[in-house]
Write a protein of this length. Structure first.
Length: 359
């Protein structure tokens, strides 16, 4: 069992990593809350519930689990409708301000559960128990929210968890596509903050993640979150690849392309954009594409994208400013920066990218 600590302006909390932590849930919760016995409400999904919900209940008997809510697996559950249903269930369970919401699942469960806990009685505690590789990123940092038909994650709040409990043994149940999705965020952390991490994962296999690699990946994000909890500055660097990714997800229909697959597509475009602004950047876009394809990523979403629809989606991105589209590029290895481009300029780069990479 290893522990990283995230120190934000509002609170500090542990990220606990290890094997078989679900079996040691009582011990883990004692580390988080001491001798206090909590009333718990578990939010999970239809994929995770049959695998781990009973196990969690069995191993948290000293606490009172007063309710559970199981959402359909998939990005479609980050919706007003599901938020309303889950909130009703929490109200019916009579949670109080000392209660704790447990997010048992991947990024969708964590985002929804976090938003629910941030708005229930104006904010109660929650604990993240990620069950996917992708959620090693989304579970850290306190971003919570739901989607809107006009854009991804447009409704939400910053709400830090009391702890993130990352049981690596739960990852063994993941299908390969989910490994690939999560691996995209590991690659992102390498590109923006750790060359050793990037080199390691570029030359590994997507289902061969070690505790050391995960710790390095989480450490990149934790460091940025500590410096900029509310995304007023450097935390925007964590959006590397995400301007394109969110547009691809929305235009294709949430869930058709996984978040991590969309991020990898988005990073390839951001690397292209980086070279337009910084030709001396020691990265060749075509070489990066080949490395990523060897890891199993497809760039069909970029090749077949409808540029006008992508631009329309990007114009609703919450990162934009002064009616300009925001994106993150690299000015040098592991040196990201934010740029703002007007619609016509961004559109021209998209057409240039398609012509050079997929002609």
């Amino acid at each position: 069992m290893e522990t990283l600590t995230v120190n934000t302006t509002h609170q500090s909390y542990p990220i606990i990593l290890g094997e078989q932590l679900l079996q040691e849930a009582e011990t883990v919760f004692e580390r988080i809350y001491g001798s206090k016995k909590k009333r718990l409400f578990v939010i999970t999904d239809t994929t995770v519930a049959p695998l781990y919900l009973d196990q969690l209940k069995e191993n948290l008997k000293s606490h009172q689990i007063v309710g559970t809510f199981v959402i359909p697996a998939g990005e479609g559950s980050k919706s007003f409708e599901m938020y309303n249903q889950a909130m009703t269930s929490m109200l019916e369970a009579k949670l109080d301000r000392a209660s704790v919401v447990i997010a048992l699942g991947g990024g969708v469960v964590g985002d929804l559960a976090g938003f629910l806990s941030s708005t229930y009685m104006r904010g109660i505690s929650f604990v993240q128990i990620p069950t996917t590789l992708l959620a090693h990123d989304s579970s850290v940092g306190g971003k919570t929210g739901i989607n809107h038909p006009l854009g991804k994650n447009l409704i939400g709040a910053f709400h830090q968890p009391d702890a993130v409990v990352y049981d690596l043994s739960l990852l063994r149940s993941l299908p390969e596509r989910e490994w690939r999705s999560g691996y995209g965020e590991v690659l992102k952390h390498g590109y923006i903050g750790d060359q050793d991490l990037l080199s390691c994962v570029q030359n590994s296999t997507i289902t061969n993640i070690t505790t050391s690699v995960l710790r390095k990946s989480i450490a990149v994000k934790a460091k940025i979150v500590e410096e900029d909890e509310r995304e007023k500055g450097v935390r925007a660097y964590l959006n590397f690849g995400h301007t394109m990714a969110h547009a691809l997800e929305q235009v294709s229909g949430y869930g058709v392309v996984t978040h991590g697959e969309a991020v990898v597509n988005g990073m390839l475009f951001s690397l292209f954009l980086s070279k337009q602004f910084h030709p001396s950047l020691p990265i060749q876009v075509e070489d990066e594409r080949k490395r990523l394809e060897k890891l199993g990523y497809s760039f069909a979403p970029l090749e077949t994208m409808d540029v006008e629809k992508i631009i329309t989606s990007m114009l609703t991105d919450k990162k934009n400013s002064d009616s300009k589209i925001a994106d993150v590029i690299l000015e040098d290895s592991q040196k990201p920066r934010v740029i703002l481009l007007d619609k016509n300029k961004f559109e021209a780069y998209l057409y240039q990218f398609k012509g050079e990479l997929f002609s």
